[in-house]
Design a binder for this molecule. Sequence first.
Ligand code: C2O
Ligand code: CU
Ligand code: CU
Length: 410
Amino acid sequence: MVRHRNELPVPTVVHLHGGHTPAESDGYPTDLVLPLSGWDAGHGGHGMVDARARIADGERDYVFPLRQRAATLWYHDHRMDFTGPAVYRGLAGFHLVRDDEEEALGLPSGERELPLMIADRSFDEHGAFAYPSLDRTLRTTPGVDSAFVEGVFGDVILVNGAPWPVHEVAAVRYRLRVLNGSNARRYDLALDPPPPGGDGFVQIGGDQGLLEAPREHDHLPIAPAERYDVVIDFGRYPVGTEVTLVNRLGTGSTGQVMRFVVARRALDESRVPAKLSEIAPLAREQATTTREFSFRAGTVHGHAGWVIGGAPFSPDLMSASPRLGDVEIWRFVADIHHPVHLHLVGFRILSRGGRPPGPFDGGIKDTVDLKPGESVEVIARFDGYRGRYVFHCHNAEHEDMAMMANFEVV
Ligand code: C2O
Ligand code: CU
Ligand code: CU
């Protein structure tokens, strides 16, 4: 149980991203926790009233049973129409789930386990966050200046809140839990210089926990809300090396993320076993239903926005009603890049662009980055809890501009 008290001047609602959570604690976008100081400005954007909303005055107790595998989860604001500016101001953090299976592996731990939340921001001349909201008080009118319809990008890269930090490491293995906490920016991370022989990242997990076996990569493409669990062996570098984590999709200030300085030798008793975990297979034949959803630009209340299956988000519009325990295949198609996220369930990627899943599609995921024009099929079992949940694009500006939809587990 986690109690949230809202001392902000605006409503908030918290979602545990990747959590297998009962609907009443999942942070549905209209389940607002109103400011302790009072609120008179209405409950949704666009004058919308949601009859099913669970509104709380000042505080709410969230219950997280966490009956799930060890995984790198994170929590963030999910207020309807205003998630982008709220997360930009810092309403986000890690929530690490551990278990005995993972503990027994002997992975790098303690000081050698680094959760890294990467996020880009812009600052005004006073050093305050510069977010181009139409209504800077975040009280009534949602949305951003029309130049930012595709998303808000910053020119400063923060890692755990610090710009381009430098971290001293010993010449041993480290476990990095990398989260892209950016509103809209995608990264392609690489090590500069790469270690001799390349493949500096040994991926051990993804969004929803451990892979079955480690996978080696020399770069890591990461879209908003995705996570990678990777081991880097700094013992492959001579002591004294400075290793920059670069972003191959960035230019100038956004081309660099942080730096590691390999400062000293040390004893390394950590391991990366060849077998990490078991993942029960989900076969195409197990699916009872296949659904298709398009993610495209569209018109939202007379403005340019983003829609799923042609429709802007409305709490009243139910897009899918899977039965509890059923396995379903969901096929997504995109016009431009959209990182698609489902609440409640973890899924496997079945196909990407009509071909088998790619090198970064392994394990259990909860967010999948659709490339322009691409279609992706995912398969999931809708179990655990009944109730109303959302799925949406995790580009926070797209999400606020209505690229979200409901499903109800019945
Ligand atoms: Cu990261 Cu709807 O969530
Ligand atoms: Cu989520
Ligand atoms: Cu999108």
